[in-house]
Design a protein around this ligand. Sequence first.
Ligand code: C2E
Ligand code: CA
Ligand code: CA
Length: 280
Amino acid sequence: MQSSPGRNAFKFFTESMNEEISKKLRLETAMKTAVKDGEFFNHYQPIINTTTGQLAGVELLMRWRNNDMLIPPCDFIPIAEESGLIETLTEQALIRALIELRPLFTQEPDFYLSLNLSAVHILRSDIAHQFTEILKAHGLTNRCLRLEITESIFMSDMVKARATINEMKRADFVLLLDDFGTGFSSLTYLNEFPLDIIKIDQGFVRNMSAKPANKSIIRTIYLLAQSLNMKCIAEGVETESQLNYLRDVGCEYMQGYHFAKPMAIDDLLAFYEQHERSRA
Ligand code: C2E
Ligand code: CA
Ligand code: CA
Protein backbone atom coordinates (compact mmCIF):
# COMPACT_ATOMS: atom_id res chain seq x y z
CA MET A 1 0.00 0.00 0.00
CA GLN A 2 1.25 3.44 -0.92
CA SER A 3 1.30 6.04 1.83
CA SER A 4 -0.09 9.48 1.11
CA PRO A 5 2.25 12.27 -0.09
CA GLY A 6 1.40 14.13 3.12
CA ARG A 7 2.76 11.31 5.23
CA ASN A 8 5.90 11.11 3.11
CA ALA A 9 6.45 14.81 3.42
CA PHE A 10 6.12 14.53 7.18
CA LYS A 11 8.54 11.58 7.34
CA PHE A 12 11.05 13.45 5.16
CA PHE A 13 10.76 16.52 7.35
CA THR A 14 11.38 14.68 10.62
CA GLU A 15 14.24 12.65 9.15
CA SER A 16 16.05 15.72 7.85
CA MET A 17 15.43 17.45 11.16
CA ASN A 18 16.84 14.49 13.04
CA GLU A 19 19.86 14.44 10.80
CA GLU A 20 20.41 18.14 11.36
CA ILE A 21 20.11 17.78 15.14
CA SER A 22 22.46 14.81 15.32
CA LYS A 23 25.00 16.60 13.12
CA LYS A 24 24.84 19.55 15.50
CA LEU A 25 25.23 17.32 18.55
CA ARG A 26 28.16 15.49 16.92
CA LEU A 27 29.91 18.76 16.15
CA GLU A 28 29.20 20.19 19.59
CA THR A 29 30.70 17.13 21.32
CA ALA A 30 33.70 17.09 18.99
CA MET A 31 34.21 20.81 19.51
CA LYS A 32 34.55 20.48 23.28
CA THR A 33 37.45 18.03 22.84
CA ALA A 34 38.86 20.03 19.95
CA VAL A 35 39.26 23.14 22.11
CA LYS A 36 41.37 21.12 24.58
CA ASP A 37 43.31 19.31 21.85
CA GLY A 38 44.18 22.48 19.97
CA GLU A 39 42.45 21.54 16.72
CA PHE A 40 41.63 25.16 15.95
CA PHE A 41 44.06 27.39 14.13
CA ASN A 42 44.17 30.76 12.45
CA HIS A 43 44.18 31.82 8.88
CA TYR A 44 44.84 35.42 7.97
CA GLN A 45 43.67 37.31 4.91
CA PRO A 46 45.63 40.41 3.87
CA ILE A 47 43.84 43.77 3.70
CA ILE A 48 45.58 45.97 1.14
CA ASN A 49 45.86 49.72 0.87
CA THR A 50 45.54 49.87 -2.91
CA THR A 51 46.88 53.43 -3.09
CA THR A 52 50.24 52.57 -1.55
CA GLY A 53 50.12 48.83 -2.21
CA GLN A 54 50.94 48.27 1.43
CA LEU A 55 49.67 45.41 3.59
CA ALA A 56 47.51 47.42 5.99
CA GLY A 57 46.36 44.58 8.20
CA VAL A 58 44.91 41.09 8.22
CA GLU A 59 41.54 39.58 9.05
CA LEU A 60 41.61 36.55 11.30
CA LEU A 61 39.52 33.69 9.94
CA MET A 62 39.22 30.72 12.24
CA ARG A 63 39.81 27.17 11.02
CA TRP A 64 39.03 23.76 12.53
CA ARG A 65 40.66 20.53 11.40
CA ASN A 66 38.90 17.49 12.82
CA ASN A 67 40.07 14.00 11.78
CA ASP A 68 41.80 15.42 8.70
CA MET A 69 38.63 17.20 7.69
CA LEU A 70 38.43 20.95 7.50
CA ILE A 71 35.10 22.05 8.96
CA PRO A 72 34.01 25.42 7.54
CA PRO A 73 33.36 28.31 9.95
CA CYS A 74 29.79 28.66 8.70
CA ASP A 75 29.21 25.17 10.20
CA PHE A 76 31.06 25.50 13.49
CA ILE A 77 30.65 29.17 14.46
CA PRO A 78 26.85 28.96 15.00
CA ILE A 79 27.34 25.85 17.16
CA ALA A 80 30.12 27.52 19.13
CA GLU A 81 27.77 30.45 19.70
CA GLU A 82 24.92 28.26 20.91
CA SER A 83 27.08 26.11 23.16
CA GLY A 84 28.89 29.06 24.72
CA LEU A 85 32.29 27.96 23.38
CA ILE A 86 32.66 31.02 21.15
CA GLU A 87 34.16 33.11 23.97
CA THR A 88 36.97 30.60 24.58
CA LEU A 89 37.56 30.02 20.87
CA THR A 90 37.81 33.73 20.11
CA GLU A 91 40.06 34.48 23.05
CA GLN A 92 42.39 31.60 22.16
CA ALA A 93 42.46 32.67 18.51
CA LEU A 94 43.25 36.25 19.49
CA ILE A 95 46.14 35.24 21.74
CA ARG A 96 47.47 32.89 19.05
CA ALA A 97 47.27 35.71 16.51
CA LEU A 98 49.12 38.22 18.69
CA ILE A 99 51.96 35.73 19.11
CA GLU A 100 52.08 34.65 15.46
CA LEU A 101 51.82 38.18 14.06
CA ARG A 102 54.55 39.61 16.30
CA PRO A 103 57.05 40.11 13.41
CA LEU A 104 54.49 42.20 11.53
CA PHE A 105 53.53 44.28 14.56
CA THR A 106 57.23 44.92 15.11
CA GLN A 107 58.09 45.86 11.52
CA GLU A 108 54.95 47.79 10.59
CA PRO A 109 53.93 50.38 13.19
CA ASP A 110 50.38 50.76 11.79
CA PHE A 111 49.75 47.08 11.10
CA TYR A 112 46.52 45.73 12.64
CA LEU A 113 44.57 42.55 13.22
CA SER A 114 40.87 42.54 12.37
CA LEU A 115 38.87 40.14 14.52
CA ASN A 116 35.36 38.83 13.83
CA LEU A 117 33.11 38.99 16.86
CA SER A 118 29.87 37.10 17.39
CA ALA A 119 26.95 39.14 18.67
CA VAL A 120 26.32 36.70 21.54
CA HIS A 121 29.93 37.05 22.63
CA ILE A 122 29.78 40.85 22.63
CA LEU A 123 26.54 40.86 24.58
CA ARG A 124 27.66 38.29 27.16
CA SER A 125 31.18 39.50 27.97
CA ASP A 126 33.15 42.55 28.93
CA ILE A 127 35.17 42.50 25.73
CA ALA A 128 36.64 45.99 26.09
CA HIS A 129 38.27 45.09 29.40
CA GLN A 130 39.30 41.52 28.48
CA PHE A 131 40.86 42.45 25.14
CA THR A 132 42.65 45.47 26.60
CA GLU A 133 44.29 43.16 29.16
CA ILE A 134 45.26 40.61 26.50
CA LEU A 135 46.82 43.26 24.24
CA LYS A 136 48.65 44.83 27.16
CA ALA A 137 50.08 41.45 28.12
CA HIS A 138 51.52 41.24 24.59
CA GLY A 139 52.96 44.75 24.69
CA LEU A 140 50.42 46.09 22.17
CA THR A 141 47.94 48.96 22.24
CA ASN A 142 44.26 48.66 21.41
CA ARG A 143 44.86 50.40 18.06
CA CYS A 144 46.46 47.14 16.89
CA LEU A 145 43.09 45.42 17.03
CA ARG A 146 40.01 46.14 14.94
CA LEU A 147 36.73 44.56 15.84
CA GLU A 148 34.31 43.36 13.16
CA ILE A 149 30.71 43.30 14.27
CA THR A 150 27.53 42.60 12.32
CA GLU A 151 24.12 44.19 12.51
CA SER A 152 22.79 41.15 14.35
CA ILE A 153 24.11 42.76 17.54
CA PHE A 154 21.39 45.40 17.25
CA MET A 155 18.63 42.82 16.92
CA SER A 156 18.48 41.43 20.43
CA ASP A 157 19.34 43.66 23.38
CA MET A 158 19.67 47.21 22.13
CA VAL A 159 20.48 48.70 25.55
CA LYS A 160 23.28 46.23 26.17
CA ALA A 161 24.52 46.60 22.57
CA ARG A 162 24.75 50.36 22.96
CA ALA A 163 26.57 50.15 26.29
CA THR A 164 29.05 47.56 25.02
CA ILE A 165 29.79 49.33 21.75
CA ASN A 166 30.35 52.62 23.57
CA GLU A 167 32.64 50.80 25.98
CA MET A 168 34.69 49.32 23.12
CA LYS A 169 34.96 52.75 21.51
CA ARG A 170 36.04 54.37 24.80
CA ALA A 171 38.75 51.73 25.00
CA ASP A 172 39.99 53.03 21.60
CA PHE A 173 39.17 49.98 19.49
CA VAL A 174 38.42 50.64 15.82
CA LEU A 175 34.97 49.22 15.04
CA LEU A 176 33.93 47.79 11.67
CA LEU A 177 30.45 46.94 10.48
CA ASP A 178 30.83 43.68 8.54
CA ASP A 179 28.59 42.38 5.72
CA PHE A 180 26.99 45.78 5.24
CA GLY A 181 24.12 45.67 2.78
CA THR A 182 23.03 42.08 3.46
CA GLY A 183 20.80 42.55 6.49
CA PHE A 184 18.65 45.42 7.60
CA SER A 185 21.37 47.92 6.65
CA SER A 186 19.69 50.43 8.86
CA LEU A 187 20.97 53.94 8.43
CA THR A 188 19.95 54.62 12.02
CA TYR A 189 22.59 52.23 13.33
CA LEU A 190 25.25 53.84 11.18
CA ASN A 191 24.33 57.21 12.49
CA GLU A 192 23.75 56.32 16.13
CA PHE A 193 26.71 54.09 16.89
CA PRO A 194 30.37 55.11 16.92
CA LEU A 195 31.36 52.83 14.04
CA ASP A 196 34.51 53.66 12.08
CA ILE A 197 34.48 51.48 8.99
CA ILE A 198 31.90 49.80 6.76
CA LYS A 199 32.81 46.55 5.06
CA ILE A 200 31.07 46.39 1.71
CA ASP A 201 29.70 42.88 1.46
CA GLN A 202 31.39 40.59 -1.02
CA GLY A 203 28.03 39.72 -2.60
CA PHE A 204 27.90 43.17 -4.21
CA VAL A 205 31.48 42.96 -5.40
CA ARG A 206 31.21 39.42 -6.77
CA ASN A 207 28.11 40.08 -8.87
CA MET A 208 29.21 43.47 -10.07
CA SER A 209 29.28 42.68 -13.78
CA ALA A 210 26.29 40.32 -13.81
CA LYS A 211 24.14 42.78 -11.87
CA PRO A 212 25.02 46.35 -12.82
CA ALA A 213 22.81 47.66 -9.98
CA ASN A 214 25.47 46.36 -7.59
CA LYS A 215 27.86 48.95 -8.92
CA SER A 216 25.41 51.70 -7.95
CA ILE A 217 24.92 50.09 -4.53
CA ILE A 218 28.68 50.02 -3.94
CA ARG A 219 29.03 53.66 -4.95
CA THR A 220 26.10 54.61 -2.72
CA ILE A 221 27.54 52.75 0.28
CA TYR A 222 30.88 54.46 -0.27
CA LEU A 223 29.29 57.92 -0.46
CA LEU A 224 27.17 57.16 2.59
CA ALA A 225 30.27 56.15 4.54
CA GLN A 226 32.06 59.29 3.43
CA SER A 227 29.24 61.56 4.45
CA LEU A 228 29.17 59.91 7.88
CA ASN A 229 32.93 60.28 8.22
CA MET A 230 33.48 56.55 8.00
CA LYS A 231 35.94 54.57 5.88
CA CYS A 232 35.18 51.58 3.64
CA ILE A 233 36.81 48.23 3.00
CA ALA A 234 35.62 46.17 0.04
CA GLU A 235 35.82 42.42 0.47
CA GLY A 236 35.67 39.57 -2.01
CA VAL A 237 37.69 41.38 -4.69
CA GLU A 238 38.63 38.68 -7.18
CA THR A 239 39.35 40.45 -10.47
CA GLU A 240 41.25 43.38 -11.90
CA SER A 241 38.04 44.96 -13.19
CA GLN A 242 36.45 44.82 -9.72
CA LEU A 243 39.59 46.41 -8.31
CA ASN A 244 39.48 49.17 -10.95
CA TYR A 245 35.83 49.94 -10.35
CA LEU A 246 36.32 50.16 -6.58
CA ARG A 247 39.35 52.38 -7.06
CA ASP A 248 37.35 54.61 -9.35
CA VAL A 249 34.66 54.90 -6.68
CA GLY A 250 37.34 55.97 -4.21
CA CYS A 251 37.47 52.84 -2.06
CA GLU A 252 41.12 52.41 -1.12
CA TYR A 253 41.14 49.39 1.14
CA MET A 254 40.35 45.95 -0.24
CA GLN A 255 40.68 42.28 0.44
CA GLY A 256 39.92 39.25 -1.68
CA TYR A 257 41.39 36.40 -3.69
CA HIS A 258 42.76 38.89 -6.24
CA PHE A 259 45.34 39.89 -3.62
CA ALA A 260 45.53 36.80 -1.44
CA LYS A 261 43.43 34.02 0.03
CA PRO A 262 43.27 33.50 3.78
CA MET A 263 46.46 31.66 4.77
CA ALA A 264 48.47 30.19 7.64
CA ILE A 265 51.07 32.35 9.40
CA ASP A 266 54.14 31.02 7.53
CA ASP A 267 52.53 31.75 4.19
CA LEU A 268 51.47 35.18 5.41
CA LEU A 269 55.00 36.09 6.47
CA ALA A 270 56.32 34.88 3.08
CA PHE A 271 53.57 36.87 1.34
CA TYR A 272 54.60 39.97 3.29
CA GLU A 273 58.29 39.60 2.42
CA GLN A 274 57.57 39.06 -1.25
CA HIS A 275 54.98 41.84 -1.32
CA GLU A 276 57.40 44.32 0.28
CA ARG A 277 60.20 43.28 -2.12
CA SER A 278 57.97 43.88 -5.13
CA ARG A 279 57.02 47.34 -3.79
CA ALA A 280 60.63 48.36 -3.22
P1 C2E B 1 33.31 37.05 6.88
O1 C2E B 1 33.73 37.68 8.15
O2 C2E B 1 32.45 37.86 5.98
O3 C2E B 1 34.66 36.62 6.14
C1 C2E B 1 34.87 36.65 4.77
C2 C2E B 1 34.72 35.29 4.13
O4 C2E B 1 34.91 35.40 2.72
C3 C2E B 1 35.76 34.29 4.59
O5 C2E B 1 35.16 33.00 4.54
C4 C2E B 1 36.85 34.41 3.49
O6 C2E B 1 37.64 33.25 3.38
C5 C2E B 1 35.98 34.60 2.29
N1 C2E B 1 36.64 35.35 1.22
C6 C2E B 1 37.58 36.33 1.33
N2 C2E B 1 37.92 36.81 0.12
C7 C2E B 1 37.19 36.14 -0.79
C8 C2E B 1 37.10 36.19 -2.23
O7 C2E B 1 37.75 36.96 -2.93
N3 C2E B 1 36.20 35.33 -2.80
C9 C2E B 1 35.44 34.45 -2.08
N4 C2E B 1 34.60 33.64 -2.74
N5 C2E B 1 35.51 34.39 -0.73
C10 C2E B 1 36.37 35.22 -0.10
P2 C2E B 1 35.38 31.96 5.74
O8 C2E B 1 36.79 31.99 6.19
O9 C2E B 1 34.80 30.66 5.26
O10 C2E B 1 34.48 32.55 6.89
C11 C2E B 1 33.08 32.61 6.76
C12 C2E B 1 32.46 33.39 7.88
O11 C2E B 1 32.66 32.72 9.14
C13 C2E B 1 33.08 34.77 8.09
O12 C2E B 1 32.54 35.68 7.15
C14 C2E B 1 32.64 35.05 9.51
O13 C2E B 1 31.30 35.47 9.55
C15 C2E B 1 32.74 33.68 10.15
N6 C2E B 1 34.03 33.57 10.87
C16 C2E B 1 35.24 33.18 10.43
N7 C2E B 1 36.17 33.24 11.41
C17 C2E B 1 35.52 33.72 12.50
C18 C2E B 1 35.91 34.03 13.85
O14 C2E B 1 37.09 33.91 14.25
N8 C2E B 1 34.93 34.48 14.70
C19 C2E B 1 33.63 34.66 14.28
N9 C2E B 1 32.73 35.12 15.17
N10 C2E B 1 33.24 34.39 13.03
C20 C2E B 1 34.16 33.93 12.15
CA1 CA C 1 34.60 39.62 8.67
CA1 CA D 1 32.09 39.98 5.55
